[in-house]
Each structure stands twice: as C-alpha cells, then as structure tokens.
Design a protein around this ligand. Structure first.
Ligand code: ADP
Ligand code: GN1
Ligand code: MG
Length: 358
C-alpha cells in the first residue's frame, strides 16, 4: 500500500487535492480529499473479488435512487452516493489486483454515529426503511452477488466448523466455550434462509450491512439523510437489514466492548428504530416478516459473532483489527448480546405487536 501514490490515483479521476485518512469502517481504506470534498476508497479486494462488477451494482443502484429521490422532491446529491468516474469513464481505477480505487462525492454537513441515541435510531430506522422502499421496484436480477452467501447463516456456521478443523492459527483450544455457543445456536440459524428458499419470506433488494455508521446524519437537523457503504447491496431479506441495524444500534455498548456486563440490548431503542422503519416500510412488509423482526436482531447478531470468531480462528484475515484478540473480543461481545436478546424476545414481540396495532 505504501508504494501507491494516492495523488497519482486521484489524478485518474481528474481530482487534485490533499488527502487525509477518514472514517471507521472494518473493510475498505477510506480517505477524504480536503480541497474539493471527495471520498477516495481503496476497495478491499480480499473481500470483494470483482470490484468492477461491484461498482456496476453501485452505479445502477445510485442512478436508480437519484431518480426516485428527485421524484419525491429530495436532493439526490445529498440523499444518495454519487460515483465520480475516471477520466476514461470507468467507475473505479485499477492499479493492480490489490489496489483498486473509487471516488465518491463527499457529502458535506453530515456526521456518522457509532452508538446512537433513541432519536438517532428512530431516524436510522426511517433512513434504512426509506432506502428499502425506494428500491422496492429495482430490477433485482440485474445485480451481481458481490459476496456469495453473505447472510447465509448456516453457511457461516459451516465456515466456523471448517476453521475449527483447520485451526491454522492454533487458537481453537482456547475458544472451546465460544465454539460450543455457536453450535448451540445453529438450531435457529436457517430460519431466514429456509423462508427465502420456500418463498414464505420475500426476496428484496437490500443493503445487507446496515451498521449504524453506514448512514449519514445531517449535522444540523440530525435527520438520517444518506445510506452509504453500498458494497453489499444485493437481493436479500428485509430481516437482514432490520436485524443488523439493531445489532450495534440497540446495544448499550460498542461492538468491541470487553466489559460484558456493559453489553445489553436496549428495548426502547429497538422500539424507536422499529417505529422509524415502519414509517417507511410498514405497509410493504408481509406478516411473516413482521413476525420475525424481533428474531432477526438475534440472528444477525449471532451471525456476526460467528464471523468474528471464524476470522479469529483463521488468523484475522478478513476484518481490520486494532489489537491482538480484537476479533475474539468482538465475538464474545456479540454472543453476550445474543443471550440478552433471547431473554428479551417476548418483550420485543409485544413491542412490535403494539406498533402494528396502532
Ligand atoms: P467500510 O466498508 O470500510 O465501512 P464505508 O464506505 O462505510 O467503508 O466508509 C467508511 C466511513 O467513511 C463511513 O463510516 C463514513 O464516515 C465515511 N464516508 C464514506 N463515504 C462518505 C461520503 N460519500 N461522504 C461522507 N462521508 C463518507
Ligand atoms: C463490516 O464495512 P463495515 O465496517 O460497514 C462487514 C459487516 C459486519 C461489520 C461488523 C462487507 O462492515 O458485514 O457486520 O463489519 N462488512 C463486510 O462490524 O463484511
Ligand atoms: Mg462502513
């Protein structure tokens, strides 16, 4: 990476500027250009094997969203990402297989939050709900699958078993308890994939990575204005987006908090997010989807925990880590949250029933 001259990369997009590191994602390297407000990203090609196809997805989705936003009287320059093309009209620039870059317009006057308030989560619910609603009639068949089996939870459990068997980092013996926890939860892992398979849950175009820092909030009004990080926009289930947003959004602690007593699921925040989400998507959801909303928070938190544990066993090759046992700490945190959600599932069901009957 150090060998790459980022200014030279920017010149390929006809952008000339100073650059500083930016953001807090686990996947791509993000930079902000300080003179003319662009976001430069080195796409993680270890994660996204075909960046050109991914950028085709993103270009199609953002162009589609632009038209929808315009039709609703919104501002497409702020309410969706804008892909800046290279001088020769491409949506990314490939230096070599490990160094593929893209540029977006920087959306000014916005902030991201890592752990939001009740109000932030209401707005995030609106933002992610609106995103899903606007893509309701997007031609799903034109999208490529940027990561195969991304939310295939049973496959994630099988990947964990594979990592245990291979044990390439020699860590399996030290995480027996966590591995057993995944095995115990495997009984509910296939609820959504089974539903998509037999048609009882509809396939929709979804974001699939609705972490709370993947939405930009207006600095002044606090409104959730733009859903970002569109790398995983693919056909999926509304339950993936709902559950994943609450995984961090309704947790009382950061995803890597090591004091597990501080980690619990805030039912009021759950209610707030669900209210915001229903205000946009309520009329589109099927009965089965509504029934599974509380469960989705548990499922997606479990899935993410299993992924962190797998990466720990594989020697930390997927998620960016900032300390030696970071992925294990994240996994333990997520599993604590799964247990807490499981204990609160009845309360969550009552909250949803109340919102629906309003
Ligand atoms: P990752 O896949 O690594 O999470 P993201 O695309 O989410 O990468 O970008 C990382 C961070 O950069 C975001 O959380 C956000 O703070 C910031 N960011 C990304 N795109 C924009 C944009 N167009 N305008 C303003 N900030 C952005
Ligand atoms: C990654 O890219 P980012 O930081 O928004 C990951 C998500 C995980 C999340 C856990 C493409 O999200 O699936 O839920 O970390 N994205 C990808 O924090 O794997
Ligand atoms: Mg992100």
């Amino acid at each position: 990476m150090s060998k790459i001259d980022l200014n030279q990369v920017l010149s390929k997009f006809n952008v000339d500027s100073k650059i500083e590191e930016y953001g807090n994602g686990h996947i791509n390297d993000t930079y902000r250009t300080t003179l003319n407000d662009c976001i430069l990203q080195r796409i993680n090609t270890n994660v996204f094997k075909d960046p050109e196809k991914m950028m085709d997805n993103i270009s199609e989705v953002t162009e589609f969203l632009r038209e929808k936003i315009k039709a609703e009287g919104g501002d497409p320059d702020r309410e969706t990402l804008t892909v800046i093309k290279t001088c020769d009209g491409k949506s990314c620039y490939r230096v070599d297989d490990d160094n593929v870059f893209r540029v977006y317009k920087f959306i000014d006057g916005t902030k991201t939050v890592e752990e939001g308030t009740k109000e932030d989560l209401y707005r995030a619910g609106q933002g992610f709900g609106r995103f899903q609603r606007l893509l309701g009639d997007f031609p799903a068949e034109t999208l490529s699958e940027t990561i195969a089996d991304f939310h295939n939870t049973p496959k994630r459990v099988r990947d964990l078993e594979e990592a245990v068997r291979a044990d390439i980092a020699g860590r399996a013996a030290s995480v027996r308890e966590e591995i057993e926890f995944v095995r115990k939860c495997a009984s509910f892992a296939s609820v959504v994939t089974d539903g998509l398979g037999d048609g009882s849950i509809p396939l929709r175009v979804t974001h699939n990575d609705t972490k709370i820092n993947n939405i930009l909030f207006d600095e002044e009004t606090g409104k959730a204005i733009c859903v970002i990080d569109l790398d995983t926009v693919m056909p999926g289930s509304a339950l993936y987006d709902f559950g994943d947003a609450l995984r961090i959004g309704a947790s009382t602690a950061a995803e890597d908090e090591t004091d597990l007593d501080a980690v619990s699921f805030d039912t009021e925040i759950f209610e707030s997010f669900a209210k915001g989400y229903f205000s946009e998507m309520g009329s589109q959801l099927t009965e089965r989807e509504i029934e599974l909303l509380p469960f989705s928070a548990k499922l997606l938190t479990f899935e993410c925990g299993a992924r962190f544990l797998t990466d720990y066993l594989n020697g930390d090759t997927y998620f960016k880590i900032h300390r030696e046992h970071h992925n294990l700490e994240r996994a333990r945190n997520q599993f604590k949250l799964v247990k807490d959600i499981a204990e609160k599932e009845e309360i969550l069901k009552e909250i949803i029933a109340k919102l629906i009957n309003k």
